[in-house]
Design a protein. Structure first.
Length: 289
């Protein structure tokens, strides 16, 4: 008998409306290609906890900001950890998956990130600026982001936010990885149009910058997007490291680059599922008859 095809529960919110992006198109495309290798069922993030049993892996993709369903996500996460369910991306991510605390930690550790503090007494550690960006520690997709003048920034340092100087940058650029392998880069030539993206030829220095954060996160499996801004002096600073459900902007790629990404994604999922099946087989072998 031929071996059963791997079964994936693919978590996505096809109705989520994001500014400048169509999440649904991306997941319709990806699932249409993944079906060549896997048996797939799609579900909304609110249904993931109830439906996750019986699948070789749960793939969290364009599920929208967790803030929109925080309790359901926490219940899903707790059940996955308690049962040993395989979740892709793995739930060990230290970046956006766990909130924005990592920006404070990386800034304090001297990583090339936009300088970031969270307390009023640390504001003096930031470069002087006319305006500052204030973000919730648990923010996502620019929810709750405010830009405040220097004279008001101390009043916003409430301990549950990040505070950064508003950086004058030339453009934003994103680097996309599957597992530890770089796939492609995209950039927004116009800083006012973040999601009007074009392919970007990453240099060796660019990739050294991006890999530093991928190595720090040590995720092992999964898709990560390293978002950075190019400063006026030509350097790069981290904006965020998206390791939960990064939007991939595949529509901005030429066909051969999309095909290459799908091949890398499929191979990664194959390896991930084989690990899940092996672990389950080992548990079954150890179970009493």
């Amino acid at each position: 008998m031929p071996a059963a095809r791997p079964r994936l529960l693919y978590v996505t919110d096809l109705a989520y409306e994001a500014r400048g992006r169509r999440y649904c198109d991306e997941d319709v495309f990806l699932t249409s290609r993944l079906r060549a290798r896997f048996d797939l069922a799609l579900c909304h993030p609110l249904d993931a906890e109830a439906l996750m049993d019986g699948f070789d892996a749960v793939v969290v993709r364009n599920s929208g900001p967790v803030l929109g369903y925080q309790r359901a996500y926490e219940a899903f996460r707790a059940r996955a950890l308690a049962t040993g369910a395989r979740v892709y991306n793995p739930l060990t991510g230290k970046a956006d998956m766990a909130g924005k605390q990592y920006l404070l930690d990386l800034s304090a550790a001297g990583f090339p990130v936009i300088p970031t503090v969270g307390r009023a007494e640390d504001l003096g550690l930031l470069p002087a600026a006319e305006r500052y960006v204030v973000k919730p520690l648990l923010g996502a997709d620019s929810l709750g982001l405010r830009i405040v003048p220097a004279g008001q920034v101390a009043a916003h340092a409430t301990g549950d936010v990040l505070i950064q100087p508003r950086v004058d940058f030339a453009h934003e650029v994103s680097f996309y990885f599957v597992d530890d392998d770089f796939q492609y880069a995209l950039y927004a030539p116009d800083p006012q149009r973040r999601w009007e993206l074009r392919p970007y030829a990453a240099t060796a220095a660019d990739l050294e910058f991006a890999r530093r954060f991928v190595d720090w996160n040590d995720l092992g499996h999964g898709i990560q997007r390293v978002d950075a801004c190019r400063t006026r002096d030509g350097g790069l600073l981290l904006v965020e490291l998206e390791d939960l459900n990064p939007y991939l902007s595949l529509q901005a790629l030429p066909e051969e680059a999309r095909d290459a990404f799908v091949a890398a994604f499929t191979a990664s999922l194959d390896r991930f599922v084989e690990g899940a099946r092996g672990a389950r087989g080992g548990r079954e072998a150890l179970s009493p008859a």
